[in-house]
Design a protein around this ligand. Structure first.
Ligand SMILES: Nc1nc2c(c(=O)[nH]1)N[C@@H](CN(C=O)c1ccc(C(=O)N[C@@H](CCC(=O)O)C(=O)O)cc1)CN2
Ligand SMILES: [Mg+2]
Length: 302
């Protein structure tokens, strides 16, 4: 008779549906926003500050406003010219910090040259720092204390919780050590009981580290850096990268930091780009904004 392999489908990983998960999260948040309104007659408000006219950033802040409304919250957009001085930007943040209608503030990154992202993000009071990027929230995460967790790593964590479950004892590799994703992701995986390795620009042999890992989270901004033969068979692959590439026919396509067509043949679970981590970032921003409003209005849970 025929060899067994003739009748077997080639292996393909199960896809992690971030888009669907984020849509369900947004519905749950909308219900919680409505219950919060019934208790307090307050609608959570999110202020989004965009400086300059980076086209990708314009798309992201428009989507943030849209999703904020979809969850029943108020959105306050501040679009400032690229010529805005740091003093003017800090003045706006100061007004938002004391505005009782605002429960979350974020400054879209990257900022134009001449504006210091560390100074600007740290001007937001920790209670309204819904991106979790200021020193108070970053320090709280590093110490394992409650605080606001950055949206993209939080989104990755929620997907891992749902699709993998208990991660104690797993070997996790985070590729990329940015303050926005890699570092907070490593802290979260450590908190879950993973043995965490962080690879970065000076790492000598990231491929061989990846081949050991049960969970690989990639956030480098280098498109299709991670090849199929870097993936341990059955591993879980979370791809945070988004690059827009122009095809010979002039159309554009989004690709991640993982060469998907190769990795999907080896991984057990993998996030697609688009439709994986990206939508989770915005859903987690909405969750962080509602949580911030709860703490500002009701005080910290006791
Ligand atoms: N202040 C911040 N700046 C930036 C953050 C952030 O969390 N806070 N993250 C990224 C950009 N980002 C949100 O700001 C973001 C990126 C991608 C997506 C998303 O939904 N992606 C979709 C594809 C969308 C498309 O067609 O372009 C997907 O992956 O399916 C949402 C938010 C940097 N800056
Ligand atoms: Mg993010």
């Amino acid at each position: 008779g025929p060899a067994v392999s003739d009748t077997q489908e080639p292996h393909a990983a199960r896809l992690i549906d971030g888009k669907g998960f984020a849509a369900r999260m947004t519905q749950d948040i909308a219900a919680d926003v409505s219950a919060f309104y019934d208790r307090h007659h307050i609608t959570p408000g999110l202020a989004v500050v965009l400086v300059g006219n980076d086209p990708a950033s314009e798309v992201y802040v428009r989507n943030k406003a849209l999703q904020t409304h979809r969850a029943g919250m108020r959105s306050f957009m501040h679009m400032l010219p690229a010529t805005t001085s740091q003093k003017e930007l800090l003045g706006l943040i100061e007004r938002l910090n004391v505005d009782p209608e605002i429960h979350g503030i974020l400054v879209q990154l990257p900022l134009p040259a001449g504006l210091d992202p560390v100074v600007v993000t740290n001007a937001i009071i920790p209670e309204k720092d819904v991106d979790g990027l200021g020193v108070v929230n970053a320090g709280r995460l590093a110490l394992g204390l409650p605080g606001i967790v950055p949206c993209t790593p939080l989104g990755c964590l929620l997907l891992l919780h749902h699709y993998v479950g208990d991660m104690r004892g797993r070997d996790a590799l985070v590729i990329g050590a940015s303050n926005l994703v890699g570092r907070p992701m490593a802290e979260l995986l450590l908190r879950e009981g993973c043995t965490v390795t962080v690879a970065h620009i000076d790492t000598r042999d990231t491929a061989s580290l990846a081949r050991q890992a049960d969970i690989v989270v990639v956030a480098t901004g280098v498109r299709e850096l991670v090849r199929g033969d870097w993936i341990k068979p059955g591993a879980t692959v979370i791809d945070v990268g988004i690059s827009r590439v122009t095809l010979p026919n002039g159309k554009t396509r989004l690709v991640g930091d993982v060469k998907f067509d190769e990795a999907v043949k080896r991984a057990g679970l993998i996030t697609p780009v688009p439709g994986g981590v990206g939508p989770m970032t915005i859903a987690c921003l909405l969750r962080n904004t509602l949580d911030a409003a709860r703490i500002l209005v009701e005080g910290p849970a006791r």
